[in-house]
Design a protein around this ligand. Structure first.
Ligand code: GLA
Length: 386
């Protein structure tokens, strides 16, 4: 793979690429729409992601090419003029990261040629955008010998997405991709950024990702709408409770105070945020004690809550998950990521994986008219130079 990409670099830029960087995609096992609510998430990095071949330049120009968007050709800009331009499409992600690093005072005084290639399906909710952001972060650290740790790179990458791209995401994706560790998932408290690695020992089971191939059409506007609903519910609760986020509440606290939220929809959204956070903490305890069945049941409950209370699923995600639940090899299944399309994640007994892919694929197609893609997920390391 890397050798092929180096040949491609030479073809495109007419010089040899010198250094190789990689940032993974991520999948969230449980803890959805909790990150911006000050709750816990439990994602892991994947063993596929974004590769970057790079050569530093003597001038201040960045020339960027993506093998995933060949038609756009080489996109060129100067580090003296880093503004979001529609014509620069995907290259706005690396551009935004460079800008955030420079604004934070890191000395980047030259440009570079970079070729990206990603094997994460685009727009499927496995964080191809955060992957390219973290790939850019490790490129900058590597090329310019920056004194910066991974958590700071995670924060600057999130800032690029929030401020330069204009997507108001939480910190989960960038954190999982930056801090990922092979065979481990990360229990992250998004309120404090304290985290623990948990070994994902599934015995005779595998993590299967199903891409519904339903594009996440309204994802960004609906995402912001959900954030707004949760913020309103929090403000209502704060009229009586001394809390900073919905993540500060137990289920009991919520039930005792939910009448402070007059709007029924806001109340449902807050209920999801509170219960999902507690569910995530419990799920990790179950996994750590080897009770995979219980972990699976909590995954199922997470989906139900995202479907009924948070309302971010839709017919495709629901069908893929419900068909997975019907399969005898399934230990647990739920949507993963922002929702409204994208992927589901299932824990499936190894002996049944092939049959799962066949049966779920078949009935999913019958019911939705769409063909799903399946991936067996291996948990890999975070963003790094190769
Ligand atoms: C997207 C966002 C994350 C998180 C999830 C939902 O992936 O980028 O920050 O909010 O949705 O859990």
């Amino acid at each position: 793979m890397v050798n092929k990409l180096k040949e491609r670099f030479l073809e495109i830029f007419k010089v040899e690429g010198e250094r190789v960087f990689f940032a993974p995609g991520r999948v969230n096992l449980i803890g959805e729409h909790t990150d911006y609510n000050g709750g816990h998430v439990f994602p892991c990095a994947l063993d596929f992601g974004t590769y970057a071949i790079v050569k530093v330049r003597e001038d201040k120009i960045i020339r960027a090419y993506s093998d995933n968007f060949e038609k756009l050709g080489i996109l060129e800009f100067s580090i003296d003029n880093l503004v979001n331009e529609e014509a620069h499409d995907w290259a706005n992600y690396p551009k935004g990261v460079v800008k955030c690093f420079m604004d934070a005072g890191f000395k980047i005084d030259r440009g570079f040629d970079v070729l990206f290639f990603g094997n994460i399906p685009n727009g499927a909710g496995l964080s191809s955008s955060a992957s390219i952001e973290l790939a850019t972060s490790v490129i900058l650290k590597g090329l310019f010998s920056l004194d910066i740790d991974m958590v700071s790179m995670v924060k600057l990458s999130q800032k690029a997405e929030n401020q330069f791209i204009g997507v108001n995401c939480g910190i989960m994706d960038q954190f999982a991709i930056g801090m990922g560790k092979k065979d481990r998932a990360i229990l992250l408290d998004c309120n404090t950024l304290k985290f623990d690695y948990a070994p994902v020992v599934l015995e005779n089971a595998a993590i299967v990702i199903t891409n519904t191939n339903k594009r996440r059409g309204l994802a960004d506007s609906k995402y912001n709408e959900r954030r707004g609903e949760c913020e309103r519910a929090l403000a209502n609760l704060q009229t009586k409770l001394d809390i900073k986020s919905l993540g500060d509440l137990t289920e009991e606290d919520f039930e005792a105070n939910k009448d402070l939220i007059p709007n029924e929809i806001d109340r449902k959204r807050a209920k999801h945020a509170v219960y999902e956070n507690q569910r995530t903490i419990k799920a990790v305890e179950k996994l750590n004690s080897g009770d995979i069945e219980a972990f699976g049941k909590l995954m199922n409950a997470s989906h139900v809550s995202l479907r009924d209370d948070y309302e971010v699923t839709g017919i495709e995600l629901d069908t893929a998950v419900e068909e997975a639940w019907k399969h005898e090899g399934t230990i647990g299944a739920r949507m993963t990521g922002a929702g409204f399309g994208g992927c589901t994640v299932s824990i499936v007994k190894k002996d049944f994986v092939e049959d799962f892919i066949e049966k779920v694929g078949e009935t999913y197609k019958e019911k939705t008219g769409l063909t799903a893609d399946f991936y067996i997920a291996n948990i890999g390391d975070g963003a790094r130079e190769l």
